[in-house]
Design a protein around this ligand. Structure first.
Ligand code: NIG
Ligand code: FE
Length: 413
C-alpha cells in the first residue's frame, strides 16, 4: 500500500543516507524541497520529489497544502517514567531555594524515588503511557527513557520493565538507559562508595541479565557522583556492553564531559558548564554534545555556550529532559524555540539538533531523524504555516496537524 502526501509547502530536513550528524557551519543550512510530494510504502519513506515533476499513484492521499512535512522529533534524553509530580519544589525554588539545596534536604530525585518505590509497575506504566500520548501529539517519534528513580535493585528493575513495556506497546521508537547512579539514595546517605559497590555488584548484572538497557548513565556532577565513581560505573558498564550517555557539567565544571569521552559515550548531556578544554575534548571524539534548554530555563541555570560550540565545529543535539524535577515538559517544538531564544541557535540549527543529531545521540540515526529514502516514515505534518522559521518562532503554539509513525496516521488520544 502506498500513502502519498502531496502539495507539501516545504519538505524539510532531506539528508543523504550516509549522514550521521550535522556539525558546525553545516548546521545553518537546511535541505528542502518547496511544493513537494512524499510517498510511504511498508512503513518506510519510499520516495519524494517536486510536484511539477509528476506524482506517483497511491491508494491513500493526504493533501498538505500550506503545510510543512518534516521528520518526527527524536528526544534523546528523558526521564518520563516517574510517579506523581513535584510542584511543591517548583514553589520552593520560586521562594529562593536552589535545586541543590532541595536535593540535600532529601527532596529532588530522592523525593521521586520515595514515591516510585510504593507505586506498582502497572500504575507507573499507565502514568508513563499518558506522557507518551502527549509527546506523540507534540511531534515526537522516538524517545530515550532512563531509570533512576528507583535507586534500589528491585525498583530500578521495575522502572526498566516499564520502559520495556512502553517499547512493546507504543508506535514510538524507544531506547532505554540504566541510570542507577542518578542520586545516592537515603539509605546510603554519606556512603556514595557503598552505593556504587552495590550498583556494580548487584543492580548492573541483573539489568544486563534481563536485557533491559541499551545505554548506561551517571549523573556526574558536583553534589552528585564523583568522576572516580563515574569511571568505575562506566568501566563496569563497558564490560557488559553498555555504551554510556551521561549527565555532565550541569552544576559545575565537574570533569564529567572528559570522563564521558574517555569511555566513548554516545552523548554527554546538559553541559551548562563548558569551556575551551571541554570543547577541544569533544572535537576529538564521536560523542554528541546534547543541550537541554528546558531544564536550564526551568532551574534558572547558566546557559551552555552553544554558539561557541558550533563555531568550533561541533554538532549539537537538543532534548527535552522530560522529568518531574527540572523539566516537566517533553515538548520538542518548545525545546527548539528555547534553543533559538536561550541558546541563540538559528532555526535551521535547532531543526538539525532535534532530528538527525538527537537521533545519533540515541543510536538510531540510520533509521530516523531525516527525510531519507528507506528510513522509517516517522513524520510530522504541521498546520498551515508560512515556512519552517515559523516553527520555533511561534513558541508555545501547537503546530502539529498530523503525526505519522511507521507509515501509519496516529489518532490523537
Ligand atoms: O536531567 N540532572 C539530573 N537529573 C535530572 C533531574 C531529575 C530530577 O530532578 O528529578 C535532569 O535534570
Ligand atoms: Fe536528565
Amino acid at each position: 500500500m502506498v500513502l502519498l502526501i502531496k502539495n507539501i509547502r516545504q519538505l524539510i530536513q532531506i539528508l543523504e543516507p550516509e549522514i550521521q550528524w550535522v556539525a558546525g557551519n553545516n548546521m545553518s543550512h537546511l535541505n528542502l524541497i518547496e511544493n513537494a510530494w512524499l510517498s510511504i510504502r511498508d512503513g518506510l519513506i519510499d520516495d519524494f520529489g517536486r510536484m511539477d515533476s509528476g506524482i506517483p499513484d497511491a491508494e491513500e492521499l493526504i493533501d498538505a497544502s500550506g503545510k510543512i512535512v518534516m521528520p518526527a522529533f527524536c528526544d534523546s534524553h528523558t526521564h518520563l517514567v516517574y510517579a506523581g509530580s513535584r510542584e511543591q519544589e517548583f514553589v520552593d525554588r520560586i521562594q529562593g531555594l536552589s535545586y541543590e539545596q532541595i536535593a540535600r534536604r532529601g527532596g529532588g530525585i530522592n523525593n521521586s524515588a520515595k514515591r516510585l518505590r510504593v507505586t506498582s509497575e502497572d500504575e507507573l506504566f499507565e502514568e508513563a503511557m499518558n506522557r507518551i500520548h502527549e509527546i506523540i501529539s507534540q511531534g515526537t517519534g522516538a524517545v530515550e527513557i532512563k531509570s533512576g528513580y528507583g535507586l534500589d535493585t528491585e525498583s530500578e528493575l521495575k522502572m526498566l520493565r516499564v520502559i520495556r513495556r512502553l517499547k512493546e506497546n507504543t508506535p514510538l521508537t524507544v531506547r532505554s538507559t540504566f541510570l542507577g547512579a542518578h542520586a545516592v539514595p537515603a539509605e546510603f546517605s554519606g556512603n556514595q562508595e557503598g552505593y556504587v559497590d552495590m550498583l556494580i555488584s548487584d543492580m548492573l548484572p541483573k539489568v544486563v541479565a534481563e536485557g533491559l538497557a541499551d545505554f548506561i548513565d551517571v549523573f556526574c556532577d558536583e553534589g552528585f557522583f564523583t568522576v572516580e565513581n563515574t569511571a568505575r560505573i562506566l568501566e563496569a558498564g563497558a564490560l557488559s556492553g553498555l555504551r554510556p550517555k551521561i549527565h555532565a557539567n550541569e552544576m559545575a565544571n565537574s570533569g564529567g564531559i572528559q570522563t564521558g569521552i574517555k569511555f566513548n559515550a554516545i552523548s554527554v548531556d546538559h553541559l551548562e558548564f563548558t569551556g575551551k578544554d571541554e570543547i577541544d575534548a569533544l572535537l576529538g571524539s564521536s560523542t554528541m554534545p546534547t543541550l537541554l534548554p528546558g531544564a536550564a530555563l526551568f532551574l534558572g541555570l547558566n546557559q551552555p555556550p552553544a554558539r561557541e560550540m558550533i563555531s568550533a565545529g561541533l554538532p549539537i543535539a537538543l532534548a527535552s529532559d522530560f522529568n518531574p524535577g527540572s523539566s516537566p515538559s517533553g515538548n520538542m517544538m518548545l525545546m527548539m524555540a528555547l534553543g533559538c531564544i536561550s541558546l541563540k541557535m538559528l532555526p535551521e540549527e535547532v531543526i538539525h539538533a532535534a532530528t538527525i543529531n538527537s537521533a545519533f545521540a540515541m543510536g538510531i540515526e540510520k533509521e530516523a531523524g531525516s527525510i531519507t529514502k528507506g528510513k522509517k516514515a516517522n513524520l510530522i505534518i504541521t498546520k498551515k504555516v508560512p515556512g519552517y522559521t515559523f516553527l520555533p518562532y511561534a513558541y508555545g503554539s501547537n503546530l502539529i496537524d498530523t503525526m505519522i509513525l511507521n507509515g501509519c496516521i496516529i489518532e490523537n488520544k
